[in-house]
Design a protein around this ligand. Sequence first.
Ligand code: 3PG
Length: 208
Amino acid sequence: MNILDIIKKHKIIPLGTLVTEEEVENICNCLTKADLPLIEVTLRDKKVIDVLKEFKNYSNISLGIGTIRSKDQIDLAIEAGASFAITPGFSLKLSEYALESGLTLIPGVQTASEVMAASEAGHKTLKFFPAELSGGVDRLNAFKSVFSDITFIPTGGITSKNIANYLNLDNVVAAGASSTMPESLIRSKSWQEISNNLEEIKTIIKII
Ligand code: 3PG
């Protein structure tokens, strides 16, 4: 199964900034237990780079690297064995570089112009970011008839309370969310609470 199919199957990309080997180990165990074998690790802290190699011990987890803003970071993602990369916005330069490098890139968009630019570069599945602040469900609904060949992964402000509103849209294939593993719970090693959050979101997704 290719990575976009894996994302579409699970409908959620849990995301977080993991900065220690212990965090990677425990989060991978939580994801495995919840049968949600994918994650976007955001490059929001220099320490993330040092722990990425730890993911090689979890070949069942599809690793995505997020907050990518440079070619070097695409190289880093490849070196870490990532299955996908996510950019917060659209950059033609990074889109072309990811394509040349053979790494699946999901670029971020917010406006119709950005959807057009990303689609012209060959991307058919786009991150919609920051979802809640950019018009949320209403904007995605408006995109539906105009960009009928494009699907979206809304991210930014997605929680167990609003995820169903997004996933019920025909042009939404999955949502990205840190709400299942917020930084506070990761830093306090609240693995059980994170597991509970993952189970909760899975239950919601199942009944959609
Ligand atoms: C991202 O990096 O994609 C977003 O900051 C995630 O948004 P969230 O923390 O509201 O889920």
